[in-house]
Design a protein around this ligand. Sequence first.
Ligand SMILES: [Cu+2]
Length: 161
Amino acid sequence: MSLKSTLIATLAAFILATPALAEIEIHDPYARSSNAMAGAAFMVIHNSGDTDDHLMGVTSDAAQRVELHTHIEDENGVMRMIHVEDGFVVPAASDILLQRGGNHVMFMGLTAPFVQDDIITIILVFENAGEVTVEIPVVQVESTSPSWTTGPTVKAALLHL
Ligand SMILES: [Cu+2]
């Protein structure tokens, strides 16, 4: 293969590999578990592209079931977590937050307990960007912000697990 054709092949591979990576960026991911069976992951998902994308699902070996969840307030004023089967839209040139008390990645039936500083690997599946692998550090140590597991209403909501 000539140098020129090698360069063209390299360039073509680069161009083919780049677009999906350029559109979606994940910032500040962290994961934590409330008990030996369940955990959640939080992050900022940034869409730098000029078209909306759609987070359709998530997979991971870290638990038997991994789902996209959100919190809703039921008729009794109790916050409950529900599986969001349609996923989340990530608007063009915008961010969505997966955060405590809101949208999150839920782990049910942990393969192994989450241990501080361990890395949990998940694959987010986007309609346009495709599969995006995210390495997420476990942060079990309490920060100054209130834990998603400490409030009595959220504890009640965990019973659905
Ligand atoms: Cu949940």
